[in-house]
Write a new protein. Structure first.
Length: 440
C-alpha cells in the first residue's frame, strides 16, 4: 500500500514538473481604421479586348473603414516545453483573420504553422510553413516595419490596386501578370510551406540562417506529350527552394546579406515554335502567400544595413529578383530596387518614419507570345520600366500594446511598354490610412 502511495506521489510530482516547464500562449493582433487611395494609369496598353481605350487615362479612387493598414490581423498559438539540459521544443500556429468579413477566418490563410527544437548556445531548427530567409531579414531592417501601405519599394504592397482597375489595363491577373513595379510583394517570396529552417545562435556578432523547401513527386515521364514539340505527360512535379543568410551586429550597427533560390517544375508541352500548350510558367510566392509556381526558377537576394544614431535610426536596403522560365531562360522577369529611410521617436510616445526608393523592372521575351509571365506580351527582346515610391508614417503609442497610426505612401511607374506597337504606359498610385492597432 505504501509503495502504491509512493508511486502515485512520484507520478504526480513528475506531472507537476512537466506542466510547470511547459507553456502555451494565445496571441493576436487587431488593426482597423480608415483606408483610402487613388490609382491612375496613362496610355493603357492596347490589346484585342481594349483597343478602343488605348491612350486614355484610367483613374480609380477608393475609401472605406477597412483593416490591416499597418499590420495584417492574426490569431495565433505558440508553445514551449523545457526538455532539460538547455533543450526545448516549440511550436507556432498562426492564422490570418478578416474582421470585416462574415467569416472572420475567411480563406483560412495559414500565416505560420511549424514545430521545432532549440538548443541553448547552438541554435534551432523547425519544420512547417514559415517565413523565408529574406523576409526575416527585411523585417529586421525595414524603416516601415513591413506595413501594408504603398510607397515601400522593398516590401512593396500594391494590393489596394482594385481588380477592376487591373482588368482595365488588359491584363487578366493583377497579382501575377501586371508587372508594373507596384504590385503586391513582387520583390521576394514572403513565406513557404514544406520548409526546414535553421537558425544559429549569435557568435562574435554573427548569426546565420538557412532554409530548405522540399515537395517532390516523380512518376514515369517517358511519354512525349506532343509530337509537334517537346515535353512529357507525366514526370516531375517538384517544388524546391533553399536560402542562406547572415546577420552581423556590432554595437549600433546591423548588417544583413541573404540569398534564396526557388525552383518549380511540372509536366509541360511546347510547340516547335517554342510556345507552351501546357505547363506554361507561373510565378508563385506573390502576395505573401506560400503558393508554388510552375516551370520557373526564381533567384532573390537582399542586402541591408541599419545604424542607430540615438536620435534616429538610418536604413539602407537593396533587393534583386530574377525569375526565369526553366525550359527557356531567355523568357524572364527581373526587378531591382534600392531604398533609404529613417525612423525615430520624436517624443516618448510619438514615433515617425520616412522612406524613399527607386527601381527598375525588365521583361525579356525570346519570341512573340512566348513569355507567359506577362499577359498579352508580344514584344520580342527586352523591355523595361522605371518605378519609385516614398512613404511617411507615424505611431502614437497609447500603451505598449495599443497605438494610433497615420500612413501615406505613393508609387509610380514610367515608360513601361510590354505590348508591340503600343504607347508606353505609366502608373501612379497612392494610399493612406488612419487606424487603431492593438496586440494581445
Amino acid at each position: 500500500m505504501k509503495k502504491s502511495l509512493f508511486a502515485l506521489a512520484a507520478v504526480g510530482a513528475i506531472a507537476g514538473t512537466a506542466q510547470a516547464q511547459s507553456s502555451v500562449t494565445v496571441y493576436g493582433l487587431m488593426d482597423l481604421g480608415y483606408i483610402g487611395g487613388n490609382n491612375k494609369q496613362a496610355n493603357a496598353p492596347q490589346t484585342s479586348t481594349n483597343a478602343s481605350t488605348s491612350g486614355v487615362v484610367n483613374n480609380t479612387t477608393y475609401s472605406g473603414f477597412l483593416n490591416g493598414g499597418e499590420s495584417t490581423n492574426r490569431l495565433g498559438f505558440k508553445g514551449n516545453e523545457d526538455l532539460g539540459g538547455g533543450l526545448s521544443a516549440f511550436f507556432t500556429i498562426e492564422q490570418e483573420i478578416t474582421p470585416n468579413s462574415i467569416n472572420t477566418a475567411s480563406g483560412g490563410v495559414n500565416r505560420q504553422t511549424f514545430a521545432g527544437l532549440k538548443k541553448n548556445g547552438i541554435g534551432q531548427f523547425a519544420f512547417g510553413t514559415q517565413y523565408t530567409t529574406i523576409f526575416n531579414a527585411v523585417a529586421a531592417s525595414d524603416p516601415g516595419a513591413t506595413n501594408n501601405m504603398m510607397g515601400n519599394v522593398i516590401y512593396d504592397k500594391g494590393q489596394s490596386i482594385a481588380p477592376a482597375f487591373a482588368a482595365a489595363t488588359g491584363y487578366s491577373n493583377p497579382s501575377t501578370n501586371s508587372f508594373n513595379g507596384t504590385q503586391n510583394n513582387t520583390s521576394f517570396v514572403v513565406r513557404a510551406n514544406n520548409m526546414l529552417s535553421v537558425q544559429s545562435e549569435t557568435f562574435a556578432g554573427f548569426q546565420g540562417n538557412a532554409m530548405y523547401v522540399l515537395n517532390n513527386q516523380n512518376t514515369n515521364g517517358t511519354t512525349v506529350a506532343a509530337t509537334s514539340g517537346s515535353g512529357y505527360g507525366g514526370g516531375t512535379t517538384n517544388h524546391t527552394a533553399w536560402g542562406l543568410g547572415v546577420n552581423y551586429t556590432w554595437q549600433k550597427l546591423f548588417v544583413t546579406a541573404n540569398y534564396q533560390n526557388m525552383t518549380d517544375k511540372a509536366a509541360y508541352t511546347v510547340t516547335s515554335a517554342g510556345l507552351y500548350t501546357a505547363g506554361a510558367p507561373a510565378i508563385g510566392g506573390y502576395g505573401g502567400t506560400d503558393v508554388v509556381g510552375t516551370n520557373d526558377r526564381d533567384n532573390q537576394q537582399y542586402y541591408a544595413a541599419t545604424y542607430d544614431f540615438g536620435i534616429l535610426k538610418a536604413y539602407v536596403q537593396y533587393i534583386n529578383r530574377k525569375t526565369m522560365d526553366v525550359n527557356n531562360p531567355n523568357n524572364s522577369l527581373a526587378r531591382t530596387a534600392q531604398q533609404i529611410g529613417v525612423r525615430s521617436y520624436i517624443t516618448p510616445t510619438i514615433e515617425a518614419w520616412a522612406s524613399a526608393g527607386t527601381g527598375k523592372l525588365t521583361v525579356a521575351t525570346a519570341s512573340a507570345n512566348s513569355n507567359s509571365f506577362v499577359g498579352g506580351a508580344s514584344t520580342i527582346g527586352s523591355n523595361s520600366g522605371n518605378f519609385g515610391g516614398f512613404q511617411l508614417g507615424s505611431n502614437y503609442w497609447l500603451s505598449k500594446r495599443t497605438n494610433l497610426y497615420a500612413i501615406f505612401g505613393q508609387t509610380h511607374t514610367s515608360n513601361q511598354n510590354y505590348t508591340l506597337s503600343a504607347n508606353p504606359t505609366s502608373y501612379n498610385a497612392n494610399s493612406y490610412a488612419l487606424g487603431l492597432r492593438h496586440t494581445f
